[in-house]
Design a protein around this ligand. Structure first.
Ligand code: HEC
Length: 148
């Protein structure tokens, strides 16, 4: 036990310090205002508001990186969610999406928010504003219907 503390602790500190020099890329890609879902698909303002409040950090190019995202190893976990989130669904890059595709993607979004799988539950304690009300879920779910 004493050996672990004598050698293990300093080693851990060194590893943590070195890790700070190899953080993930956290620069946001540029957002073209003409390519956003708001510009291309013109959703109702409630839908834009829910996306902005609940999904923006992981599903747009306008991520607000929290302070802990600058510190490894938390930085890697945050960056992984943003990279994966954008790869699945990026509301900043909606150019060329037909109304049918938009309806399909928003139906998926409806399923995720209805189940409570999105926003990711562990994201909510630090972002209470992202918690969706029943009205927010309804706004997301009724828009694809209206497009048909
Ligand atoms: C903290 C980051 C984060 C937030 C906030 C977030 N998502 Fe996600 N989202 C992810 C990640 C990560 C994935 C990929 C999940 C995976 O690979 O299993 C994802 C996947 C999805 C998918 C695709 C699911 C699939 O199986 O293909 C949809 C749809 C989605 N999110 C909708 C939303 C909506 C709508 C919101 C806002 C109400 C939201 N997300 C908020 C991180 C987030």
């Amino acid at each position: 036990m004493k050996k672990i503390i004598t050698y293990g602790l300093p080693l851990l500190v060194v590893v943590l310090i070195v890790m700070q020099f190899f953080g993930p890329e956290t620069a946001n890609p540029p957002e073209d205002p003409a390519a956003t879902i708001a510009a291309v698909a013109k959703p109702p303002v409630e839908v834009i508001n829910v996306i902005d409040r609940g999904c923006r950090d992981c599903h747009t190019n306008r991520t607000s990186w929290p302070w802990y995202s600058r510190i490894a190893p938390a930085s890697f976990l945050v960056a992984r969610d943003v990279t994966k989130g954008r790869a699945h669904l990026n509301f900043s890059e909606w150019r060329g999406m037909s109304p049918e595709i938009t309806a399909l993607r928003m139906t998926e979004a409806c399923i995720e928010v209805t189940r409570g799988d999105m926003p990711l539950p562990y994201y909510l304690p630090a972002h209470p504003e992202a918690k969706l009300s029943a009205g927010d879920v309804k706004a997301i779910c009724s828009w694809p219907e209206q497009q048909k």
